[in-house]
Structure formats: C-alpha cells, structure tokens
Design a binder for this molecule. Structure first.
Ligand code: DON
Length: 304
C-alpha cells in the first residue's frame, strides 16, 4: 500500500522552502505577474481516489499543455490523416525553434513544438464550426467541468508579442501547410494556450490518456491505439529539448507549459499535475520536474 498523501506532503514541504524556484515566463507579459511561490500537486488515481497538496485549486495558464488536448481532438476527427502534415520525432530543440521547419519544408517535427501545434490549430479551425467555443466545450466535456474558461487577458497579451509564432505561421503558410488565415489560426492558438485550469482539472482532463481513451464519466473519446500514440509523443516530445531528461528522471509521459504546469501519467494507474510557475532554462517548471522525480522515486511507480 503506497502512502500517497504522506509522500505528497513530504515532497511539498521539502520543495516549498527551496530558494531557487526558477524564473516565471516574461515573454508573455501577463504570465510575468503570477506569484512564483504558488505550488500545488493533484494526484488522480484511475481506481477513483485522489490526493492533493498546496495550491492545487488555483487556476493557471495551461499554455503548451493545451497542445495535447488540441492534438487529441484533431486526431479523433482526422485519424492518421494528421500525419500527412506533421511528424512524430523529437526535435531536440526549444519549443519555438524555427530553423528546422525551413530545412524540413514546413513539416513540423511533432505536434507539441509551436509550429506543430499551429498546424493542429489550423486543422481545428477548418474542422470545427465555432472553433474556439467548440474546443473549449471539448476541454470542459473531457474534464467534466463546465466552469473552465479562457483567460482572455493572457491570449491578448500573447498576441501582442507573438512575433515568433507569427513567423512560424507565415513560414508554414509559405510551404502550403496552413489552410486558413494566419490571423485566424493564431487567434485560436493563443486562446487554446490561454485556457486557465487548476491542478485538479488538468489531472481530470488527462484521465482519458491513462484510461485507454475513456474520460472520468466512462465515455470513449479516443481509441486505445490513438492513446498509445499520444502517450508515446508525450514521452518523446513533451518537454522539447528536455524530453530525454524528463524520461530519465521521472519516467512518465507528460507535458509542460510555460505557465509552470506539468501533467504526467502512468497508464492504468494515475494522472498527476504539479504547478510551480518558476521555469528552468528550457521553459519547464523547475520545482515541477523535481517534484515528479521525487514522486516516481518514492512511489516506485513509472513506466520503466
Ligand atoms: O506559443 C507559445 O510560446 C506559448 N503559448 C506556449 C509555449 C509553452 O508553453 C512551452 N512549454 N513549455
């Protein structure tokens, strides 16, 4: 019997006092205002029990974590057709790296780097009748929580300084890998990244990836084969040029965001979300990485 609550409490007490909490993201001005001392963890077990500690109930900007949810939606709509427009290889580069996109003729390495997520946003803009609202409803639906919403201030603030993403979208367009207008696709993309969720809501949303495609209400949103593939991409590409380090230290598929959230999961066992807004130099939550390393080491539960 694993003492989950005790383990979470110990991790929380140990890391809460760490002086170096990393740097909050500054390139999106709204994110620079978040209190870096926030720290929360929420564990959702497939068996039905759950455990939490700290600021698990404060909503934060999910940022790149949204890329897993947008990819899941596009994958369920277009099946393997999505792979005509992007690859599934780790990039070994930062999330906003551009050079590879040009060298590889506008085919992004994977759906979790920015250019790949922009292609997925383009697919959803084409497929959905009211793209932003329909996607938000999808996130609410899989999480079973109608209160989830966009933080519009964050979306606006990212658009104001989103030069890199404008460059990526324009490059994709020049290679014929963007069907809709750059403005419309980026408006969707900035909004999906600006969804605000807390640790519980993220752990609940990601339940379906640990539960063979079925959400907490038992409804199948993805096939087991699709879930296998999404988890594989999380493991190999979920942390950009730190994916190897995360697999090495933590040993779970997962996804980070520059809002300081990290969600990880062990198939058939649990989902776990950590939030600490300070980032390391690769743009991943500094304490979140450490907390998850301690968690899989203490519980002896990882995919390896
Ligand atoms: O496009 C961006 O730069 C942000 N909206 C998302 C980046 C992000 O979260 C990278 N993750 N660690």
């Amino acid at each position: 019997m694993v003492e989950y609550q005790q383990i979470l409490n110990t991790i929380y007490e140990r890391l809460r006092v760490v002086k170096n909490k990393g740097e909050v993201a500054h390139y999106i001005s709204e994110l620079a205002t978040v209190d870096p001392t926030n720290f929360g963890i929420y564990l959702n077990r497939i068996k039905g029990d759950n455990f939490c500690v700290g600021n698990w109930d404060i909503p934060f900007s999910i940022q790149s974590i949204s890329k897993v949810l947008s990819f899941a939606k596009a994958f369920s709509l277009q099946k393997n057709k999505v792979f005509n427009r992007l690859d599934v290889e780790p990039s070994g580069n930062p999330f906003n790296h551009m050079a590879l996109l040009e060298l590889e003729n506008g085919i992004p390495r994977n759906p979790f780097i920015n250019s790949g997520a922009i292609v997925i946003a383009d697919i959803l803009v084409s497929e959905l009748e009211n793209p932003k609202q329909d996607f938000l409803n999808y996130v609410r639906d899989i999480t079973n929580d109608p209160t989830i919403d966009f933080d519009v201030k964050v979306a606006v603030s990212e658009a104001e300084t989103g030069y890199n993403n404008y460059a990526a979208a324009n490059l994709l367009k020049s290679f014929g890998n963007l069907q809709n207008d750059v403005e419309e696709v980026l408006d969707f993309y900035f909004h999906q990244c600006a969804i605000a969720m807390n640790c519980k809501q993220l752990s609940d949303a990601f339940y379906l990836f640990a539960n063979r495609g079925k959400c907490m209400r038992g409804i199948a949103h993805l096939t087991t084969n699709q879930v296998k593939r999404i988890n594989a991409i999380m493991l190999t590409c979920g942390f950009y040029d730190e994916a190897g380090e995360f697999a090495f230290e933590v040993g779970l598929p997962g996804k980070s965001g520059v809002g300081g959230g990290i969600v990880a999961l062990l198939p058939n066992e649990f989902t776990i979300t950590c939030w600490s807004p300070g980032l390391n130099e690769k743009g991943n939550s500094l304490l979140g990485m450490q907390a998850l390393e301690l968690f899989t080491t203490e519980t002896k539960q990882s995919i390896f």
